[in-house]
Write a protein that binds this ligand. Structure first.
Ligand SMILES: *Cc1c(COP(=O)(O)O)cnc(C)c1O
Length: 332
């Protein structure tokens, strides 16, 4: 296999699979009766909501921390790992580090609500509260890396992170080798890039469809521009799909460009309706980012008749308050 600029290979994904086995849940792929009926197709749901932290990000974080321990020894990580995320990535790093016996420091702005801080502390991490914006929390992370010898665990832009998320692609093919298409939420691109690299690496002909938010979608805008660009962040029910891809993106931009076959954007109304449908029909409480596959099928009337498709149900990081908002939007 030629060495590609993004650094994610099928071999690295299989290595990740071996490394994270036992630390991360091998999640079920279930056939949805209601959605199969509604779309005259075979619709399967990959339930990353079954991870102990409620989202797939545990795969990448566990793979990266375990690899660093393998390569450099546990002592090299004595100062610990760090990142600045209030959401699924922060929870994943806290949990993975604690399982692997490495200290973790998660930097959060003072505006992050107390319940989110407590949730990360409960997973075994030290929370450092700094500044009043996510940017200032990131500055503290950079300082801890430079001055306190901590190791950054990035949310998506690293070959080890993408390879960890790519283990989902291997599992999909084990369970349903003749899938026609997979629908994947797309933000920084670790999830879609990893899954796509696995599927294409195994020479599967499965079509890889990405779904981004309709506003503030950095990867969408960057692909249009042909290089990474910055976008203004917009509030969304799919908050896990917000944020930039990094102007100095070194892995996932090239990877997504290589492995994604087609790409849709979804509105807030469509996300809201899909979240409600996932609860009403599937009895699954999921966050907006995990409902975008269904949202795209509905909003763009994508024709999947007679096909076998999988939707990646990526996480359940949603409060009841936010779910109520989704319900109100869906009823308009
Ligand atoms: C992070 C995340 C995504 C997007 O993953 P990327 O690797 O950033 O593209 C999708 N869904 C959920 C629930 C997430 O936490």
């Amino acid at each position: 296999m030629p060495q590609s600029e993004h650094g994610v290979t099928l071999a690295s994904i299989y290595a990740a699979r071996k490394r994270i086995a036992g630390q991360v849940t091998r999640t079920p792929l279930i056939r949805s009766v209601a959605l199969s009926e509604r779309f005259s197709a075979e619709v399967f749901l990959k339930l990353e909501t079954c991870q102990p932290t409620g989202a797939f990000k545990l795969r990448g974080a566990t793979n990266m921390i375990a690899t660093l321990i393998e390569r450099h020894g546990r002592d090299a990580l004595a100062a610990g790992v760090t990142t600045a995320s209030t959401g699924n990535h922060g929870r994943a790093v806290a949990y993975a580090a604690s399982r692997l016996g490495v200290p973790a420091t998660i930097c959060l702005s003072t505006l992050v609500p107390a319940n989110k801080v407590a949730a990360i502390e409960a997973l075994g991490a030290t929370v450092k509260r700094v500044g009043n914006s996510q940017d200032q929390a990131f500055e503290e992370v950079a300082r801890l890396v430079a001055e306190a010898s901590m190791t950054l665990i990035p949310p998506f832009d690293d070959p080890l992170i993408a390879a960890g998320q790519g283990t989902i692609g291997v599992e999909l093919l084990e369970d349903q080798p003749d899938l026609d298409r997979v629908f994947v939420g797309l933000s920084g691109g670790g999830l879609l890039g990893g899954i796509g690299a696995a599927l294409k690496g195994i020479h599967s002909r499965i079509q890889v469809t990405g779904i981004s938010l309709s506003k503030g979608a950095a990867m969408w805008e960057s692909l249009q521009a042909g290089h990474p660009v910055e976008v203004e962040e917009v509030e969304s029910l799919g908050d896990s799909l917000g944020g930039g891809i990094g102007l100095d993106n070194r892995c996932t931009f090239a990877l997504v460009r290589e492995v994604m076959d087609d790409h849709f954007q979804v509105s807030e109304a469509a996300i809201a309706q899909a979240m409600v449908a996932m609860l009403a029909d599937e009895k699954l409480l999921v966050e907006g980012a995990a409902a975008v596959g269904l949202a795209a099928l509905e909003e763009h009337a994508i024709d999947i008749r007679g096909q076998k498709v999988a939707l990646i149900v990526s996480g359940n990081g949603v409060s009841l308050e936010t779910f109520d908002q989704a319900r109100a939007i869906a009823q308009r």
